[in-house]
Design a protein around this ligand. Structure first.
Ligand code: HAH
Length: 340
């Protein structure tokens, strides 16, 4: 189905001399008025869920290609870049990969072989069509006392499974740019541990080309100093920086998920709206300043009509984290982001 294209300037045009501007996509974003907005404003896409292991490889011999293929075909048709997301992650991983026919944990060799088969198959299928992959997602633990998260991947495969994932991806598509991707990567304490992991990988000669900073931010963080320090520290390793999942929650960060409390107010107040405008203006001015290190900025969802933050961490609480409102209109924050 062809989508009517409009010829006014979009984010991608304002940022033409800086970096591509991407958006997370699902089936809805490739149809009707959402597709029109997407093509007007963005020149890069990341599948929100379609390439996660649980979705694309739910059983040992079964791959579900339909949605992933349709996203890649859509991108090719309209000349959008595609970032692949994601190959090794503790969430949305199918249980079969960790157990044998009897339900007992597999050994390390089996797990590595299964991971290799998965990566060869998925990366191989889109070779030349996906220019960058989030190879490993969120391996650093939230608890500052630990280094890496004690996921089933690490418990069975050992810490070296991280390097292996990069090696397999590089073998499957030697041209693809390979990223380590994580959240809260500007918080100084977590930043140090992410840096340590990246340095370890670089020093060991692992094929890693960039770091993905998810940028699930809010009107409360990061500060300008935190953002600048993070950019400079990661860039000092000679890695490219992608901001991979940008949104600007109007609520403070909460780690544990819960239901919305009765009476909990989730209206967008003028104060929150103004704080969001200021926060968006601030981070984009820093992005522009560091354009020599930043090679992509992607938003995690298209508009406030639908955001994963409507469900997480507080189920049923409306959030307003993006640059387009629920009617798909440009918000005031949009005009600040393109005003330079
Ligand atoms: C990201 N995690 C994931 O990378 C992305 O694949 C998903 O669609 C949304 C957000 C962020 C995150 C999380 O999922 C759970 C706790 C903290 C942070």
């Amino acid at each position: 189905m062809a989508v009517a294209q409009v010829n006014t300037k979009g984010l991608k045009d304002y940022y033409h001399d800086f970096f591509p501007i991407g958006v997370a996509v699902n089936a809805r974003s490739m149809q009707g008025e959402e597709a029109q907005l997407l093509l007007q404003e963005f020149n890069s896409v990341t599948p929100e869920n379609a390439m996660k292991m649980e979705v694309i490889h739910p059983k040992e011999k079964i791959y579900h290609w339909k949605l992933a293929d349709s996203i890649v075909a859509f991108a090719q048709k309209y000349h959008l870049q595609v970032r692949g997301h994601t190959l090794l992650w503790h969430q949305q991983a199918p249980n079969w990969i960790f157990v044998d026919d009897q339900g007992n944990p597999v050994n390390k060799e089996t797990l590595l072989n299964r991971l290799k088969e998965h990566i060869y198959t998925v990366v191989g299928r889109y070779k030349g069509k996906i220019y960058a992959w989030d190879v490993v997602n969120e391996a650093v633990d939230d608890n500052p006392k630990n280094f890496l998260r004690s996921s089933k991947w690490i418990q069975i495969g050992g810490e070296e499974i991280i390097a292996k994932a990069f090696e397999y991806a590089h073998e499957a598509d030697p041209e693809a740019l390979l990223f380590y991707n994580d959240y809260n990567s500007e918080r100084p304490e977590k930043r140090e541990r992410i840096y340590r992991l990246l340095k370890q990988l670089k020093d060991a000669g692992v094929p890693i080309h960039g770091v993905g900073l998810q940028a699930h931010w809010s009107i409360f963080e990061p500060s300008a100093e935190e953002l600048i320090q993070a950019i400079e520290q990661y860039a000092s390793l000679g890695l490219q920086l992608h901001f991979t999942e940008l949104d600007m929650s109007v609520y403070p960060w909460e780690k544990d998920s819960r239901r919305k409390r009765p009476g909990e107010d989730d209206a967008l107040t003028p104060e929150k709206e103004q704080q969001q405008i200021d926060q968006y203006a601030k981070v984009f001015s820093i992005f522009r300043k560091y354009k020599s290190h930043i090679t992509s900025v992607t938003f995690w969802n298209l508009s406030d009509r639908y955001s994963w933050l409507d469900y997480y961490p507080i189920r049923g609480r409306k959030n307003y984290p993006l640059l387009f409102d629920q009617q798909l209109e440009r918000k005031k924050a949009y005009w600040k982001v393109v005003d330079f």
